[in-house]
Design a protein around this ligand. Structure first.
Ligand SMILES: Cc1cc2nc3c(=O)[nH]c(=O)nc-3n(C[C@H](O)[C@H](O)[C@H](O)COP(=O)(O)OP(=O)(O)OC[C@H]3O[C@@H](n4cnc5c(N)ncnc54)[C@H](O)[C@@H]3O)c2cc1C
Length: 509
């Protein structure tokens, strides 16, 4: 492989073969990679990292890759959590972040044309300055790119109102593995009979590099209202979510926290506790009075995580309520009325209106929870999130079955955060600890295997928005059936030399 010929394409300053970059670009935010790193293992590194500045450069890089049979790994922010950017067979990592221009915002069609290397927060700020929003707010807003959103079929916190990324993309520019540049989607939405965008949205860098997108934008909402509602029974709360979504209401926020996750949210809510707020403090406090808790908290927490089923049995029996956060945004009069209808639906079962405070608290801290995970990892535990989805009638069973399937290996909490007319996703957070270092990865893999098998058995989808990557690849053929065979055929046809992100999404390595 001749890196010098690649250097001629992008310029010497836009390519790096440094060891630091090889390590930095060896993984994403997948927990398995973090455990391996903690154990001193970096299984794969790219040969080099390049930063293209234009679609033409990307096209030339891909042509070069075909000539030299070199794997190409598209890279956005590296915030993925499924191992999508791991260079399984080495090759060149193509970091898209230099292609970050908002090229136009069109007030007539409510659309914007944007290069895909832009970080989500920068895109949102650029739109806000002109009075628009994309309505897409993943918790990784400050570290993920538009290209990563599109590749992984991302969902933001307000997905129930604005949809997922696949609902926001109107047109794409893609560089195919051959180096050919194609445009998908016309100048205005044309409602085509065959929609080729769907092939590339969610293809996780396996079919080409997405370089530009035309996305929907909406006027920045003038008003918003929030509320917290507490339910005695989680199943009643799930039923109420369904009633709200099927009544035709489109809340911007509709998030239901299971009892343990509700406690975390509410405990974090009380001002005097915020400095000590963490999963470990909360779990230990549940079991011990405060005079003991201060002395034994850390060690006890570690022991609980080693045998989580004992803690789970106790938590299941505590009279803890489930918290629903509701929000509406838009015209002041309309959203007041929408909130009234939603509150009325909540009253059909035993529930308590907690006022706007829990909703405002959620709004203020909505990005911070995800970023508490590194501290738990650094302490020798594993922590991960498993986001699955199904239709409303299967939802309670899916929740209870997954909880049961993995509860002996990890402490499980969950929220239901992306709700639609037909169903909802469940976002499980799992925290565990394996004292024997040689068995750590086995325990972690077991959690995933049990969760994925339970989903497939229950007719659920194995990933609502984090993508498949390396982590869930072996389960995708079973979920997709004949469609997966078609996907592999398409991959073989478009990418006969298998240069694009080989070995991901369960495709041939
Ligand atoms: C703390 C935290 C919170 C998160 N919260 C959310 C959330 O709320 N919602 C959500 O959806 N996700 C969330 N994620 C997951 C992650 O941010 C998303 O998957 C995101 O879409 C990845 O974007 P990225 O730019 O970082 O992609 P990367 O991690 O760089 O890449 C992800 C995949 O996309 C491919 N890819 C990247 N750019 C391109 C391109 N231009 N063309 C073709 N393929 C490309 C890569 O090859 C890889 O397969 C979270 C992650 C973290 C760490």
């Amino acid at each position: 492989m001749s890196i010098s010929s690649l250097r001629k394409i992008v310029g010497a300053e836009a390519i790096s073969e440094s060891e630091v970059n090889k390590v930095l670009y060896s993984r994403d935010m997948m927990t398995r990679g973090a455990i391996q790193l903690r154990q001193g293992d970096i299984p794969c590194r790219p040969q080099a990292v390049v930063w293209p500045k234009s679609t033409q450069e990307v096209a030339q890089i891909l042509k070069w890759a075909v000539r030299t049979k070199t794997p190409i790994i598209p890279y956005g922010g590296g915030s993925g959590v499924s191992g999508g950017v791991i260079p399984l067979h080495g090759g060149i990592t193509v970091d898209m972040k230099k292609m970050d221009t908002v090229e136009s915002v069109d007030p007539k069609t409510h659309t914007a044309v944007v290069q895909t290397g832009i970080i989500g927060q920068h895109l949102e700020e650029a739109l806000n300055r002109q009075g628009w929003t994309m309505g897409h707010f993943p918790s990784s807003l400050m570290s993920a790119t538009l290209g990563g959103y599109i590749a992984a079929r991302s969902a933001g916190q307000l997905s129930s109102r604005y949809g997922k990324i696949e609902d926001m993309v109107e047109a794409l520019e893609v560089v195919l593995p051959s180096g050919r540049v194609i445009s998908l989607g016309g100048k205005v939405p044309a409602y085509p009979r065959l929609d080729p965008r769907g092939i590339f949205v969610g293809s996780e860098g396996t079919l080409g590099v997405v370089t530009r997108a035309r996305i929907k934008v909406v006027p920045y909402p003038e008003h918003a209202v929030y509320r917290g509602i507490s339910f005695n029974r989680l199943d009643d709360a799930m039923h109420t979510m369904r009633r709200i979504m099927q009544s035709g209401l489109r809340p911007s926020v509709i998030r239901l926290y299971d009892p343990l996750d509700s406690l975390l949210l509410q405990w974090g809510n009380s001002k005097e506790k915020q400095s000590q707020f963490s999963v470990s403090n909360l779990v230990t406090k549940l079991f011990f009075p405060s005079f003991l808790y201060k002395k034994i908290s850390h060690k006890t927490f570690q022991q609980i995580l080693q045998r989580p089923f004992l803690a789970d049995q106790v938590i299941q029996r505590l009279p803890i309520e489930a918290l629903l956060i509701l929000g509406f945004e838009g015209d002041e009069d309309v959203i007041e009325e929408e909130m009234n209808v939603a509150k009325h639906l909540c009253k059909e079962v035993i529930s308590r209106d907690l006022g706007e405070e829990p909703g405002l608290h959620w709004l203020k801290h909505r990005y911070s929870v995800s970023f508490k995970m590194p501290a738990l990892l650094a302490d020798g535990n594993f922590v991960d999130t498993i986001e699955v989805a199904t239709t409303w009638e299967k939802l309670p069973n899916l929740y209870h079955s997954v909880h049961k399937a993995i509860g002996s290996d990890a402490l499980v909490l969950a929220h239901f955060s992306h709700a639609y007319h037909e169903g909802c996703s469940i976002y499980f957070t799992v925290v565990g600890r394996e004292p024997k270092k040689d068995k750590e990865l086995k325990r972690y893999d077991r959690v995933w295997d049990h969760a994925m098998q339970t989903c497939l058995k229950n007719g659920a989808t194995i990933s609502h928005h984090h993508g498949i990557g390396l982590l869930k690849g072996k389960y995708l053929p079973k979920e997709l059936g004949d469609l997966f065979a078609l996907f592999q055929d398409l991959k073989d046809k478009l990418d006969p030399h298998n240069i694009m992100n080989p070995g991901k999404m369960g495709l041939k390595s």
